[in-house]
Design a binder for this molecule. Structure first.
Ligand code: C5J
Length: 233
């Protein structure tokens, strides 16, 4: 039977074999002190609430054999893929490429660029390195999804109104249905988190909201469990 998740603005039906969980930018640079997020003046502790819900949906997706994809925002060491307008953001000495407590800020391969230990990818899970906010921009995410026959995305990660939202918008224009997992996302600005989620499901009807659907991790995990039990039987 097709699993259906109670969601806003309407129930979300999905085929696990044609769905993927995309975990956006759960990197030390955004979640831990001394990284990119803090260099821009943010309280990084505000993102911690997303960790346990991300763990829960990751466990459920893995148990259901669903495709899991992780993304990391970051740049080449020579900054050749970083637009000057982005590099010049933030206080001098704490910008992209500058040395920090977790290595050079937002640079691939540096300790801060890594995904936090609690959500470490396991063997076989693709990790997309993206230079921008959207996970489709200048990456091979789209062919990866199309080749795997994916039509629906479960999206989690940080930050809700920046990289999660940009990715969902990009996915929308490419025809993917998106369900954003509310408590598995977080923002440095709680009011932006709430509004960004409302923007996803607004103007909704039976076919979803303007950008898709929103549901909590408990509902997503519960919908995946029957699928797992069905497989085991
Ligand atoms: C930001 C992100 N906030 N992952 N990146 O620049 O949302």
């Amino acid at each position: 039977m097709t699993p259906v998740i109670p969601a806003e603005p309407s129930p979300f039906a999905f085929a696990p074999a044609r769905s993927a969980l995309v975990v956006i930018d759960m990197q030390r640079d955004f979640l831990e002190a001394g990284g990119f997020g803090e260099s821009l003046g943010n309280d990084v502790s505000l993102l911690a609430s997303a960790i346990a819900p991300c763990q829960a949906v990751l466990a459920a997706a893995r148990a259901a054999d669903m495709l899991v994809i992780h993304t990391r925002e970051g740049h080449r060491a020579d900054l050749s893929d970083a637009p000057p307008a982005k590099v010049q953001r933030g206080p001098p000495g704490q910008r992209i490429g500058d040395p920090g407590p977790m290595g050079r800020i937002l640079i691939r391969g540096e300790p801060g660029h890594g995904i936090i230990d609690a959500l470490a990818p396991i063997a076989g899970e693709p990790v997309i390195d993206k230079p921008g906010k959207g996970a489709f921009y200048a990456t091979d995410l789209e062919p990866m999804l199309r080749n795997a026959g994916i039509e629906a995305l479960f999206v989690a990660g940080v930050t809700t109104e920046v990289c999660v939202h940009t990715t969902v918008r990009e996915a929308n224009d490419r025809g993917f249905r998106c369900l954003v997992i509310a408590d598995a996302c977080a923002s440095y600005f709680p009011e932006f988190h709430a509004t960004a989620l409302r923007m996803i499901s607004a103007q909704g009807g039976p076919g979803g909201g303007i950008f898709g659907w929103v549901a909590d991790s408990t509902r997503v995990a519960a919908a995946l469990h029957p699928h797992r039990e069905g497989k085991a039987a």
